[in-house]
Ligand binder design. Structure first.
Ligand code: FMN
Length: 394
């Protein structure tokens, strides 16, 4: 796991945000600060975690062919995606239960996205109400949806999003059932939560984390609480497990898109055939994603399927790459191969766990700084004009 090793020498791990210079440093700090079931919930993936590892290592097979003697004293990073202008082409994708990383959870992520002028896509599994996060988001708002067995629950969420002025919806389609995440099975942080004795002891060994959470009220997933009618987090996770519907088809997707009538992304598309179907169904964007390797282990990586999908539908759909981004150069490679923007999950969760809103801002600043530097070093002046010649597969 090359990108995940802390950049400092062994035994010289970062102790605070100032000592973090890369996403892997933030990961190392998050690991120190979180009880181990939470760290593994964030860091882990399905089965042998091959897909999760390859999501990042696949970028190594692509090399940048730099150009020289361009005036790169100023480079333009702003772009337009999901009907919104954003300051740079990376945004925070949906991740559930962020309050476990930090007491400010999704509110902290929303604040960091607003301050770095990018987008936040809030998860259905948010630990703050979509209305409260919506009110806290100064910038563009996007909400991630699942089509539940109880279709009225999904429709209810859509209505709430409209009332709270979310501008875009993202439908996750790679979750007909939950992936087999073995780290969670070992710690007991699965669906439903059933902590092992060792995990309970490990929580007790993290008094700072416990103190941070104490006095902030019980942790809950308000959207799921409203649908399931239960205040218990364990009962809510059980409800979600039962509501994931393996019978969802393109017909359901088409109906939801017609109902929404706004920017609509389908997250989890990985083939040219499905990209065409998404276009036919009326989506405005697709997010190439394998859920960060948390669902089907052995699935292809988004960067591998990107060029073919971008060639097939890039003229008609916004194509976003999600998964494995740990460096600014990864973003540059994805843009060169046809992505309009990139979405991240773990990088900002490491930041959140390491230092709340300041930690998320740090993660975003690290990636943006690296992207700008990579653009300057490779002679790119505008993210919108990066062309495929810049990236060569070896
Ligand atoms: C802890 C965690 C929770 C996640 N929860 C959700 C979720 O609720 N909905 C969703 O569509 N994707 C979810 N994802 C997947 C992310 O949106 C994204 O696809 C993935 O993290 C991208 O890979 P990366 O972590 O390598 O950036 C989650 C990912 C993580 C790590």
């Amino acid at each position: 796991m090359r990108y995940l090793a802390p950049s400092g020498a062994r035994g010289n791990q970062p102790r605070n945000l100032d000592e973090c210079h890369s996403i892997s440093d933030l990961r190392a700090l998050a690991r120190r600060r979180l009880p181990c079931p939470i760290f593994h919930y964030v860091d882990g993936a399905a089965e042998d975690e091959i897909t999760a590892r390859c999501n990042t290592s696949a970028f190594d097979d692509i090399r940048i062919v730099p150009r020289c003697l361009q005036d790169v004293s100023f480079v333009k990073t702003s772009t337009h995606v999901f009907g919104e202008d954003i300051e740079w082409p990376v945004f925070c994708g949906p991740t559930g239960a962020s309050r476990f990383c930090h007491p400010e959870g999704e509110l902290a992520v929303a604040g960091a996205c607003a301050s770095t002028r990018t987008l936040y896509c809030l998860s259905t599994m948010s630990t703050f109400a979509l209305e409260d996060v919506g009110a806290a988001i100064a910038g563009p708002k996007m909400f991630q949806l699942y089509i539940f067995r109880d279709r009225s629950a999904t429709l209810d969420l859509i209505e709430r999003c409209k009332r709270s002025e979310y501008k875009a919806l993202c439908l996750t389609v790679d979750t007909p059932v939950v992936g087999k995440r073995e780290r969670d099975l070992r710690t007991g942080w699965g669906v439903p939560i059933k902590l092992s004795m060792r995990s309970v002891v490990n929580f007790a060994r993290h008094p700072v984390w416990l103190a941070g959470q104490a006095g902030k009220g019980r942790i809950s997933m308000p959207a799921v609480a409203a649908l399931s009618g239960t205040r218990s987090l364990i009962a809510q996770t059980r409800y979600v497990g039962k509501q994931l519907d393996p019978a969802v088809t393109w017909k359901d997707v088409r109906e939801i898109i017609e109902l929404w009538r706004g920017p609509f992304a389908i997250k989890g598309i990985m083939s040219v055939d499905d990209a065409h179907r998404a276009l036919d169904a009326g989506a405005s964007a697709i997010i190439l994603s394998n859920h960060g390797g948390r669902q089907l282990d052995g699935a292809a990586t988004p960067i591998d399927v990107l060029p073919g999908i971008a060639r097939a539908v890039g003229h008609a759909l916004e194509v976003v790459l999600d998964g494995g981004i740990r460096r600014g150069t990864h973003v540059l490679k994805a843009l060169a191969l046809g992505a309009k923007a990139c979405s991240i999950g773990r990088p900002y969760l490491y930041g959140l766990s390491a230092g709340g809103q300041a930690g998320v801002t740090k993660a975003l600043d690290i990636l943006k700084g690296e992207l700008v530097r990579a653009m300057q070093l490779s002679g790119c002046t505008d993210v919108r004009t990066i062309d495929p010649e810049l990236a060569r597969r070896i």
